[in-house]
Design a protein around this ligand. Structure first.
Ligand code: AHR
Length: 331
């Protein structure tokens, strides 16, 4: 069976037909779960009822993304939000998606924790004619046209940007790659992009830190034993890089000098570590796009044309970043 990996092609495709077809359904009211954050009478006909399944609260990036979603998908903006945190467990997300179908929401938005395993529930959502707005991460499914539109970052490009910096500045580095949650779009694509640029032969070891600080620290503690020669870490996010700093310092080495650290996200803690000389290069992954999600939700609900993909643009930072720039960051 052919599997389709979505959200990897250009910006041109338009989802008008599916949007028009799917936007016809509307809320009948119905009960909302205890996780409803927007208050919600459930019966306010002017509001678009959106079920949002966030994958967890594993990182500073995720916290900032959740804040942006909750600050934007408000009643003032015409949205009745039902927000559910899946605590990084796919089974929790699948249950939340099924609850959204049962509650007859107008639109389902979700950020899938990993890429595969969604076929059944995506088909159920499709059968219920509820349009899907995919957020942040991508899906790999056999279901045809499983979502109307996707918004998120170009993870492969983020990996490539990290790789270009390493290739230019540390071409002979012995690299340990600290991977995000295995099977997630962010892990798969950052790794593909980075490895393609630096060359697989430069990577002496890999392990996952599941995008968390604690697991990043544990993974680097083990790596320091297993790969005593390693002199550069590419961490798929800041939180794991911050965990790496703790492990490296505990081993009596200097992060940013004895072991170069390159990360992705550019949350404030990560940029502070960069300014303090403990990180060496950071690729941004901007989590603040709640307002763009609202625009997409409204257009999809109204049956207007939306792009199949919206890419959130990222910058890069090196140690020349100033304290003023860090203090001015939104997250
Ligand atoms: O999907 C985006 C990634 O998820 C962020 O880079 C990471 O911090 C988060 O956990």
């Amino acid at each position: 069976m052919i599997r389709r990996k979505f959200a990897k092609v250009g910006l041109a495709a338009v989802a008008a037909v599916s949007a028009l077809t799917l936007a016809a359904c509307s809320s009948n009211g119905g009960g909302s779960s205890t996780e409803t954050t927007a208050g919600g009478n459930g019966g306010d006909g002017d509001l678009i009822k959106v079920g949002f399944s966030q994958l967890g609260a594993e990182s500073g990036w995720r916290t900032a993304n959740t804040e942006s979603v909750k600050a934007s998908l408000t009643k003032e903006n015409g949205i009745d939000l039902i927000f559910v945190d899946a605590q990084q467990k796919q089974e929790n997300q699948i249950k939340a998606l099924r609850d959204f179908i049962a509650q007859d929401v107008d639109i389902i938005a979700f950020s899938p924790v990993i890429e595969t395993g969604w076929d059944e529930v995506l088909q159920e959502i499709k059968d219920a004619e509820i349009p899907v707005v995919l957020v942040d991460r991508t899906v790999d499914t056999t279901v045809e046209d499983p979502y109307v539109t996707w918004i998120g970052a170009d993870f492969r490009l983020e990996g490539e940007m990290a790789g270009e910096w390493v290739k230019e500045n540390y071409p002979d580095a012995k690299i340990f790659e600290l991977q995000g949650t295995l099977g997630s779009g962010a892990q798969v694509d950052r790794e593909e992009g980075f490895d393609a640029v630096v060359g697989a032969d430069k990577i002496i070891g890999k392990a996952t830190g599941n995008f968390t600080r604690a697991e990043g620290k544990t993974a680097v503690e083990a790596a320091l034993q297993a790969y005593p020669d390693m002199d550069l870490i590419f961490a798929h996010n800041d939180d794991m890089g911050l965990g790496a700093i703790e492990a490296i310092e505990a081993a009596g080495k200097k992060p940013g000098e004895d072991i170069i650290i390159v990360t992705v996200d550019a949350v404030r803690d990560g940029l502070q570590a960069l300014h303090d000389g403990k990180f060496n290069f950071v690729v941004e992954c901007n989590p603040v796009f709640g307002d763009q999600i609202v625009d997409l939700v409204k257009k999809v609900y109204a049956g207007e044309e939306v792009p199949k993909e919206t890419i959130v643009v990222d910058a890069t930072f090196d140690q020349s970043i100033t304290q003023e720039e860090i203090d001015a960051r939104l997250y």
